[in-house]
Design a protein around this ligand. Structure first.
Ligand code: AMP
Length: 428
């Protein structure tokens, strides 16, 4: 079982090739468990959260069932947020890149409905959307769910928390009774059980082991620091790792504002998102981060729900999260698609205890690291600089530069002093 590959699944070569191109070598636990069951047409309860590969787990089986020539909706995926809807639609587009003419559409509030209606009219096979907007389309008769074969409820617990229960039930009633229903949720509280009882047929309950909660390849470290020193430590770590795209989590809106203000003051290109901002404002900031117009995004847990930024190198926990699951959610934003990511947590005395319980809960090791002093920072940075210079000596075309150096030496400058002066200039 542990050596299962995607080739062991009864799936088309088009999808297998796409998975390979996405850089996934082996299926994750939830994929190993859910894909075969769902391919057999069974209803599934997948107890898995972000970072486990759940999106691929439900998308592959539903894609296998799509009949391209029929241009009416055959699968619908309900998600709690527009960000997650966009993310899921994006993942499905990647998985179906070899399935010509397959159309996926994300529908969510905040986007002009006219655009969505025009896209729906052209024909769409898979709908991904938030319950509110999906219901809106049903009411306007711009979305017909009578041909639906698969329904996915993604992050079902979040959807219920956000008050979507009635909308979801309403939507389910518009879909055929013989549909396949796949439900994914990090937790299965009573209200979720009720939904599964009412709307699923003999579901298989798949729960992944705690140790599989996080897609691995995330190196996790913590730094002991007093609260008042956290800003300094954060800046040092950003400098040291020369972070181009980093996500900083803080527990409160006030601290997000504080951080953004102070990071900007210190010359970092940073911005923040939190729950008090309008969706439009949040989208703008997210857009800047995605296009790398800012390097550091500071966020609260709620605001960061569902955001997907492909290349986050480091997740910083400026505060230790109040909830075990938040930790997993947060660090799941890095180490995507086989890349190594880093999660750095700044923990004050009181917070270290909470971190210990998080370690237990997630069954991972968060290693302690010393906060580098300014002196050590210099040393480390010098080491990095010298490595870069060695690399350039070996690999770059330095013809023009050599010509300039030669002219200095002809003017009686000692070559070693020339190099030292250049280093001084670079570092100043
Ligand atoms: P999800 O839990 O669906 O949000 O997925 C978390 C991350 O894991 C996403 O960035 C996926 O692209 C990535 N992923 C999904 N399946 C695999 C896999 N088999 N191997 C490596 N990464 C994966």
């Amino acid at each position: 079982m542990s050596d299962t590959t995607f080739n062991d699944f009864n799936i088309s070569n088009d999808i297998k090739d796409a998975i390979k191109d996405m850089g996934f070598e082996k299926p994750t636990s939830i994929q190993k468990m859910a894909i075969p069951e769902a391919l057999e047409g069974k209803d599934v309860i997948g107890q898995a959260q972000t970072g486990t590969g759940k999106t691929v787990a439900f998308s592959v089986p539903l894609l296998e069932k799509i009949f391209i020539k029929d241009k009416s909706p055959q699968a619908i995926i309900l998600c709690p947020t527009r960000e997650l809807s966009i993310q899921v639609a994006g993942e499905i587009e990647k998985l179906s890149k070899n399935m010509k003419k397959l159309r996926v559409l994300a529908v969510y509030g905040g986007q002009p409905i006219g655009r969505q209606i025009r896209a729906l009219k052209k024909g769409v096979h898979i709908i991904v959307g938030t319950p509110g907007r999906v219901l809106d389309h049903i009411d306007r008769k711009t979305l017909d769910l009578t041909g639906i074969e698969t329904v996915v409820l993604d992050e079902a617990d979040e959807m219920l928390d956000m008050g979507f229960r009635e909308d979801i039930e309403h939507i389910l009633r518009f879909t055929p009774k013989n549909r396949q229903t796949l439900l994914f949720s990090a937790t299965i509280p009573k209200p979720i059980k009720k939904i599964t009882k009412h709307y699923q047929k003999d579901p298989v309950h798949l729960k992944i082991a705690k140790k599989d909660m996080v897609v691995p390849q995330i190196e996790q470290y913590y730094f002991e620091t007093k609260d008042k020193d956290k800003l300094d430590v954060l800046c040092r770590l950003i400098d040291l790792h020369d972070v181009k795209l980093g996500l900083v989590f803080s527990n409160t809106k006030r601290r997000v504002d504080f951080l953004v203000r102070n990071l900007k003051k210190r010359g970092y290109s940073a911005d923040g998102i939190h729950g008090d901002m309008t969706q439009n404002q949040r989208d703008k900031v997210m857009g800047k981060f995605r296009n790398e117009k800012i390097n550091i995004l500071v966020a609260t847990d709620v605001a960061a729900r569902g955001i997907d930024v492909p290349d986050v190198e480091v997740v910083f926990n400026y505060d230790v999260p109040n909830h075990n699951d938040y930790y997993v959610h947060r660090i799941g934003r890095t180490g995507r698609a086989g890349k190594t990511g880093y999660a750095f947590t700044l923990a004050s005395g009181r917070e270290r205890k909470i971190l210990k319980t998080i370690e237990k809960h997630t069954n991972t090791k968060i290693k302690k690291q010393k906060v580098p002093t300014f002196k050590e920072m210099e040393k480390i940075k010098d080491g990095i600089l010298l490595d870069e210079i060695k690399e350039s000596v070996n690999n770059d075309n330095l013809k023009k530069e050599l010509f300039l150096v030669e002219s200095l030496i002809e003017d009686d400058c000692n070559p070693i002093f020339v190099a030292a002066a250049l280093l001084k200039k670079i570092k100043s």
